[in-house]
Write a protein that binds this ligand. Structure first.
Ligand SMILES: [Zn+2]
Ligand SMILES: [Zn+2]
Length: 265
């Protein structure tokens, strides 16, 4: 197999029950409970292991009233990956549910957009509304990695390895990046919070936490252009991902799914 073809996995580590109306700017007419899922993603291939986002730990879960199903490290081990051996972490953005567990990958280099670091350490953090999804400790930990020469900055689109590119999307967080991966079924886009749920993309709706509604909506177009089809982008928080993609191995159902094979749609 050519060295630019990679395997991609979603590792679900937590979930949260909430009202459907909480998922959309302007709410939702259906007054019912729903849930969102929390994931990290894994890209495996000839160029090493890339983990996309680092999730949150038990302490952060308690502080924010979330429930961890299985810690992020356990999900990676279920895939045969030792966190110590992870070479690269791609930080899509620095929100608390994506940038915790900051000591889990002691040997990884962290890939982040210039804009996201500037956003999370600059004047916008003086606004409670914009600061809310960030944890001060996570941001400090990333700054420490900069000073330890462990961060690689990207500005816009960049190639991390053959078949793996990052793309600045912005919108939800000012410097959010999505990841495009060449796989045996075409280009899969790990959107992360570039699109939270399939319904956001399909109905042109927006999750309430957002730096720019306009950039979020434009970001959906970019994500769709980068993906080989509507069935090739992976939203950041949709529980449906676990239903439509097969388990990575028998026994990992609902926990670790394989994304480089066709979904059931
Ligand atoms: Zn986010
Ligand atoms: Zn998120």
């Amino acid at each position: 197999m050519s060295d630019d073809i990679h395997e991609v996995f979603a590792v679900r580590y937590a979930s949260h029950a909430r009202m459907r109306s909480e998922n959309y700017v302007f709410g939702d007419p259906h007054d019912e409970m729903t849930s969102i899922a929390y994931y990290v993603w894994v890209i495996k291939g000839a160029h090493g292991t890339f983990v996309v986002d680092t999730g949150f730990d038990e302490k952060a879960a308690r502080e924010r009233g979330r429930k961890i199903i299985k810690p992020v490290g356990d999900g990676l081990k279920a895939l045969g990956i030792e966190p110590d051996h992870v070479d690269h972490v791609i930080a899509t953005h620095m929100h608390w549910d994506h940038a915790g567990n900051y000591d889990l990958f002691p040997n990884a280099r962290y890939h982040i957009q210039d804009t996201e670091m500037a956003y999370a350490t600059g004047r916008c953090m003086c606004h409670e509304m914009l600061r809310k999804p960030f944890s001060e400790d996570d941001v400090h930990a990333m700054v420490k990695k900069v000073f330890a020469y462990r961060c690689e900055f990207h500005d816009g689109t960049d190639e991390l390895a053959p078949g793996i590119t990052v793309h600045k999307i912005g919108g939800h967080s000012k410097g959010l990046q999505s990841v495009r991966v060449k796989t045996r079924r075409g280009y899969v886009v790990v959107a992360s919070d570039g699109c939270h749920l399939y319904s956001h993309m399909d109905e042109g709706r927006v999750f309430p936490i957002t730096y720019s509604v306009g950039d979020t909506l434009e970001g959906y177009r970019t994500i769709l252009k980068l993906a080989s089809s509507r069935h090739h982008f992976v939203p950041g928080h949709d529980p449906e991902v676990m239903n439509i993609y097969p388990a990575a191995k028998p026994g990992l159902e609902g926990w670790v799914a394989r994304l480089d094979v066709e979904p059931k749609v």
